[in-house]
Write a protein that binds this ligand. Structure first.
Ligand code: PFF
Length: 457
């Protein structure tokens, strides 16, 4: 800016608050948050357990309606307010709404506590694949190696610290010079690695049985449980209901088109989940393994599959590196939420806020990790700490956060968010009426149903 020249709106804005350097940067950051362990680890085993493509079809239907609608709402809330989630809800809908932002901040810290443990496993598996320690063997042998890692007292915690440390380093570096720089490299790399792996999987002899499994829906296996699992997964996968996109949206340029950016993020997130299905299932079927193996599918079944294939060690190393990339770009967004809250509401420096969040997450992650080993006897309602936290998030915290966003956007701040979605009438949005209807009626009812459904059956 020339000295003495009046500042334009954009320049004023930049002086006040950090912003994404480009639209591409924002889309990669939001897609980085969305694409994570949920897509590559959880989605394929949910498909395997819930009737193959029937689950896929229901999932896509939720993504294309409620998921994308809530994503636009969250980004709109963030950009309108230019604040962290607590300040954002308060600014857009009044004091009484701060709790919705606070819920997001707390949920982020809880998710991060177990996400960093699993993120640590991806580093361990990448290293152990390179050294050959988890290469080759039967599913039983690989199962006991996995059990030995997660049940160990120190190793998973060391990897947890490495994963957390890398995440904190990126967040400390800042929004555009840390987060954006990292995701602009990591996300395209992830897409390339995924496509290479899918190409390898679908060209295996016998892969067609897996492809059939993904393309022929078994509607008779679909029950209430499938539908609520699909909705819950779409929330977790899109990083909805806990302020991640409010936070990222708050750094978004006022001229950007929220509708089209949100559509891109939903598309990329769904595409990665579907591709992960096409990476895992054809390979699992080609080697005669069980598609319904549950959470062990990635860490036990896949290494067994890789060990039977030409170039298996290399592809396995690729796979776990990809899983690590997916996990770290999500964990960056998780940490960014409480960091923005602490630094803005308590005027803490970014470094101090990040280190404080890191310390809290680390302390909570220790019992999470130990709950799979020496502390496995300490349970509440039959669940160890890690499962308890993860289920509380999936079953209660994210749905409550989702309802809060929908009700806030549909009933309490509709005009303000609609103005964000159309850039104050400059951009056409022919489906605005449908979006309003989804926020006001469809999303609150559907999510409430998922929330209370288990108590009714
Ligand atoms: N969307 C991530 C995944 O699918 O793994 C998980 C996640 C990341 C949830 C960030 C929430 C969030 F804020």
């Amino acid at each position: 800016m020339l000295i003495g020249a009046p500042a334009t709106d954009r320049e004023k804005n930049k002086m006040q608050r950090e912003q994404w350097g480009s639209r591409f940067g924002f889309i990669m950051a939001a897609a980085g948050s969305a694409v994570g362990l949920g897509n590559v680890w959880k989605f394929p085993y949910l498909v395997g357990e819930n009737g193959g493509s029937a689950f896929l079809i229901i999932y896509i239907a939720f993504m294309a309606t409620i998921g994308i609608g809530l994503m636009m709402a969250e980004i709109g809330i963030g950009r309108y307010s230019q604040m962290n989630p607590v300040g954002a809800f308060r600014k857009i809908a009044g004091r009484g709404w701060s709790w919705a932002g606070m819920l997001g901040v707390i949920t982020a810290i809880i998710i991060m506590s177990y996400y960093s443990v699993v993120g640590g496993w991806t580093i361990a598996y990448f290293i152990d694949t390179l050294s050959g320690a988890v290469v080759g063997g039967t599913p039983d042998e690989l199962g006991s190696k996995f059990g030995a890692l997660v049940g160990d007292t120190t190793r998973p915690i060391i990897y947890d610290v490495i994963f957390l440390g890398l995440t904190l380093a990126v967040v400390i570096a800042g929004v555009s010079s840390g987060i954006e720089k990292a995701v602009k490299v990591l996300m395209p790399l992830l897409f390339i690695m995924l496509i290479v792996l899918v190409a390898r999987s679908v060209t295996l002899e016998g892969a067609s049985a897996g492809i059939d499994f993904l393309l022929s829906p078994k509607w008779d296996e679909v029950g209430m449980g499938t539908i609520s699992a699909a909705l819950g997964q779409s929330f977790f996968s899109l990083s909805l209901g806990m302020g991640a996109l409010v936070t990222y949206g708050s750094y978004l340029n006022k001229n950007d088109n929220i509708r089209s950016s949100a559509s891109w993020v939903c598309f990329l997130d769904t595409a990665v989940a579907v591709l992960a299905g096409f990476l895992v299932m054809p390979a699992v079927f080609a080697f005669g393994f069980n598609p319904g193996a549950g959470p062990g599918l990635t860490f036990i079944t896949l290494p067994a599959v890789f060990s039977g294939m030409w170039g298996g060690q290399l592809f396995q190393a690729f796979f776990f590196f990809m899983l690590f990339v997916a996990a770290i770009t999500s964990s960056i967004s998780l940490v960014a939420i409480p960091v923005s809250y602490l630094s803005e509401q308590f005027h803490m420096s970014r470094v101090k806020a990040t280190l404080l969040v890191g310390a809290i997450v680390f302390v909570v992650s220790i019992p999470c990790s130990l709950s799979l080993g020496i502390w496995s006897d300490y349970t509440l309602f039959g669940y160890g700490v890690l499962d308890l936290l993860s289920n509380t998030v999936d079953w209660y915290l994210l749905p409550i956060g989702g309802i809060a966003v929908a009700v806030c956007a549909g009933w309490f701040a509709y005009d303000k968010i609609a103005a964000e979605l159309t850039n104050h009438g400059e951009l056409p949005f022919p489906l605005l009426g449908a979006w309003k209807f989804i926020m006001r009626i469809v999303a609150p009812i559907a999510i409430t149903w998922v929330l209370v459904g288990p108590f009714l059956t």
